[in-house]
Design a protein around this ligand. Structure first.
Ligand SMILES: NC(=O)c1ccc[n+]([C@@H]2O[C@H](COP(=O)([O-])OP(=O)(O)OC[C@H]3O[C@@H](n4cnc5c(N)ncnc54)[C@H](OP(=O)(O)O)[C@@H]3O)[C@@H](O)[C@H]2O)c1
Length: 285
């Protein structure tokens, strides 16, 4: 694969950059020589991710320990409500951000009727509110750079598969927010790209949601299949991260991987019964 340098010397912030796809995006941007900022809650993992980013070639790598669920910040202005994280406050006041990637989020398992109101709220917090908070936090830094936002969504935000608990709802809300923001910030030259990806290969693929599925009375065989039993090949995360960075540099609006899922979304929009039939046919059971 040809090494690209679309983000060389650019400031790239990855919210949720200490693990999974977020960490792969950090390393891919680092290999291009970007100046990396990583957000996550766990300090030790932040430290490790920064070290890995430097080793991969980042011009610099700094981490901020922050819980994007609970930080309180008015969208339009900076405030003192960042608590004692003075470093972050001064970063926000003085720096510009060329690329903000929002990779905080998590999936779910079980029929939607088995999801409690508290669980649904919690999923919306992780998949929607955390991204919104991150965007609010970096708004001025992005405006200064006329930067790009990448929101990591999911195929579940385009097509609602059964037994993904509240994940379809949470990622659909993220899809809607990303599209609205793209229209609203166009005049300010801040671009918004939405990534709707299928299941990604990782060490714990197939085991991650076992307990949750058990608790919700879902047969384990269904729950263990990544992507909630959709017949999809697991995506290789290094290639995926490089592709996302490149697509962000060319200011694409939406990236759907695998692309064939776009057709299912389009068919479901115009002929829902046919969309449902195709979806059920493509589930592994
Ligand atoms: N994995 C897949 O197969 C797949 C498929 C399609 C889409 N996606 C989407 O891709 C994104 C990444 O998924 P993943 O499975 O790779 O994630 P992951 O490994 O679980 O990593 C989540 C990251 O977000 C951080 N984080 C979580 N809650 C946070 C909070 N409240 N404030 C700040 N940071 C927080 C975590 O660090 P701390 O815990 O230290 O805070 C970690 O860095 C998600 O949006 C997911 O929905 C994943």
């Amino acid at each position: 694969m040809v090494q690209r340098y679309d983000w060389k010397e650019k400031r790239v912030v990855v919210a949720g950059g200490t693990s999974g796809l977020g960490l792969h995006l950090v390393l891919a941007a680092a290999a291009q020589g970007a100046r990396i900022v990583i957000l996550g809650r766990d300090r030790e993992r932040l430290e490790q991710a920064c070290q890995k980013a430097k080793a991969a070639g980042a011009q610099e790598a700094i981490g901020f320990s922050i819980d994007l669920r609970t930080i309180s910040l008015p969208c339009a202005q900076l405030s003192d409500s960042l608590g004692d994280d003075v470093r972050l406050q001064s970063f926000l006041e003085t720096n510009q951000v060329d690329l903000l990637i929002n990779a905080v989020g998590r999936s779910d398992r079980g029929p939607i009727s088995s999801v409690s109101a508290a669980d649904l709220r919690s999923l919306l917090e992780d998949n929607l509110v955390c991204t919104w908070q991150s965007i609010c936090l970096f708004k001025h830094s992005l405006l200064r750079a006329r930067g790009t936002i990448v929101n990591i969504g999911s195929l579940a935000g385009l097509v609602s598969a059964p037994n993904l608990g509240g994940y379809n709802a949470a990622k659909s809300a993220l899809t809607a927010m990303s599209r609205q923001l793209r229209l609203e910030w166009k005049q300010d030259k801040v671009h918004v790209m939405l990534v709707c990806t299928g299941p990604i290969a990782r060490e714990d693929s197939g085991r991650r949601y076992e307990q949750l599925a058990k608790d919700r009375g879902l047969e384990i065989a269904h729950a263990n299949v990544p992507g909630g039993a959709a017949k999809l090949k697991l995506l290789e995360p290094v290639g995926l991260a490089n592709r996302i960075l490149h697509d962000a540099s060319t200011k694409r609006c939406e990236v759907v991987i695998p692309a064939k899922a776009k057709w299912l979304a389009a068919i479901t929009a115009v002929w829902p019964a046919l969309g449902d039939w195709i979806l059920v046919k493509f589930l592994k059971r």
